[in-house]
Design a protein around this ligand. Structure first.
Ligand SMILES: [Zn+2]
Length: 480
């Protein structure tokens, strides 16, 4: 490393609040949020006048709410001044100073994914020369969204990732093994390796589906934790576990990110590696790392320091209480390059009120998002189906490595054909897969009503189906 890089690294490290988390913190991620609120109160008079000078260990939920409302007002002021999209959208009405309670937020209009896809650059609140990175996403609706990050945005991302890694038990001498397939359109590996470097953790990266290569790198680098795409880790695990006892590698935690993790996949992975598998949820629009599970494995702790979470009824737009499912709406509280206000994520989720069994006592958790609204398909009498349902049913069978399902129509019936990549293929395996699929309520009911046919299974050789990171698990081939 050059002297200049060393200096830059030192500067970034000093900015990380994650490095100020006390060693004896019960739940480091929550301590980090409290530190963020207390340091903001120190430097911002408006917030200080409301909650006073606070040490991080004395911040209450209602004081943290005030921190969020303060940030919300600041973000509104910021977008009105700097983002051409919001300058136009909020030109009459919206007065940031009037946002004093949750109810006041109801008056702020929503932002839709289509707004961002139509004119991504009008959202930018800094000139493009000031963006340090840009991510593009195709999403599921087709058009490309462009999300910019300034250096501060990136540092704030590294900060949350670093706190999250602390929360899963990573210590200074630990090594994170990063497992994303090389076909990924974006490069989470680089971002994560960078975060590890700044946070002072070791990292190793391997994108090869080659089992031996993965094992060798993990052993050579002394990997203690793994992070990656669940379908990819699952694929490698299923193929690896027949070669070696994965428990002997001494992996302490596996972090599953960027794709839904089904419970059957989780338990298979936990059995194979002998450690907990924790789920992460995020979206490109908000910097990917937005929420992470603790060992309770019952909901994901959210980054409330940088993001404001709401659940609304998608039809009425009204906020629903904690515990109720609806559409997840997020507002960035600190973003500089692409701030988003009340962004309708199209994800179905619910919030869980604190406390949590891990010791966290004010952070609101996100109940596992259970499918994207635009990845849902209707079958039979209008039952909604989405990929996670089938992940559960198919991966329960230890032979299944991957699958893809196509919906066609024969007469009045919907026909579900599953192409299944399986280590072994037999009628018994076929029957057990069909049984698991028909035990899904939506499928069973559809069959009883005679509107859904018996699922069809077509076995494929391992490696014959092309692996793709954001694989479209369900293809709707019915004529509309
Ligand atoms: Zn917890």
């Amino acid at each position: 490393m050059s002297a200049w890089e060393t200096v830059k690294l030192a500067i970034v490290r000093r900015k990380l609040l994650a490095n100020r988390i006390p060693k004896d913190s019960v739940y480091p991620l929550e301590s980090w949020m409290a530190i963020k609120a207390s340091t903001t109160a120190k430097s911002e008079r408006e917030l200080r006048n409301i909650i006073g000078k606070k040490t991080h260990d004395s911040i209450t939920r209602s004081e943290f709410d005030e921190y969020q409302l303060f940030r919300f007002r600041e973000q509104l002021r910021y977008v009105r001044e700097n983002s051409p999209f919001y300058r136009e959208k909020f030109k009459d009405g919206i007065k940031p100073e009037n946002i004093r309670s949750l109810n006041d937020i109801d008056s702020v209009p929503f932002t839709y994914p289509s707004d961002l896809a139509d004119e991504p650059l009008t959202f930018m609140a800094v000139s493009r020369t000031k963006t340090a990175r840009e991510f593009t996403t195709t999403g599921t609706t087709g058009k490309r969204k462009v999300i910019g990050y300034t250096t501060n945005d990136l540092i704030s991302k590294v900060d949350i990732i670093s706190s999250a890694l602390r929360s899963v038990g990573m210590k200074d001498d630990n090594v994170l093994h990063i497992m994303f397939p090389a076909v990924s359109a974006w490069d989470p590996s680089l971002m994560l390796a960078g975060a590890c470097k700044v946070a002072g953790y070791g990292s190793s990266t391997c994108s090869s589906p080659d089992i031996k290569e993965q094992m060798d790198i993990m052993k050579e680098k002394g990997a203690t934790h793994i992070i990656g795409l669940p379908s990819f880790i699952y694929r490698v695990t299923t193929l690896m576990s027949s070669e070696a006892d994965l428990k002997t590698l001494g992996i302490r935690k596996i972090i599953s990110t960027s794709e839904p993790l089904s419970e059957s996949m989780r338990s298979k992975l936990q059995d194979a590696w002998g450690c907990n598998v924790l789920d992460v949820w995020g979206m490109t629009e908000f910097g990917l790392a937005c929420a992470i599970e603790c060992d309770e494995q019952n909901g994901l702790h959210t980054d409330e320091a940088n993001l404001f979470y709401e659940i609304i009824d998608p039809d009425t737009g009204k906020r629903v209480p904690d515990g109720k499912f609806g559409e997840l709406v997020i507002t960035s509280l600190t973003a500089e390059a692409t701030p988003l206000i009340r962004y309708r994520t199209r994800d179905i989720a619910a919030m869980i009120a604190p406390p949590c069994g891990c010791g966290s006592d004010f952070n609101r958790k996100l109940m596992k998002p259970c499918g994207r609204m635009d990845l849902q398909f209707k079958i039979g009498m209008g039952y909604k189906i989405y990929p996670v349902l089938f992940d559960e049913a198919l991966f329960k069978n230890g032979n299944v490595v991957d699958y893809q399902m196509t919906i066609t129509k024969e007469g009045f019936k919907d026909v579900l054909t599953f192409e299944v990549e399986s280590k072994e293929q037999s009628d018994d395996i076929r029957d057990s897969i069909i049984e698991s699929i028909t035990s899904i309520t939506e499928i069973g009911d559809g069959m009883r009503e005679d509107l859904v046919d018996v699922p069809r299974i077509v076995f494929r050789e391992i490696g014959s189906m092309e692996y793709s990171a954001k694989a479209k698990k369900i293809i709707d081939a019915r004529e509309s």
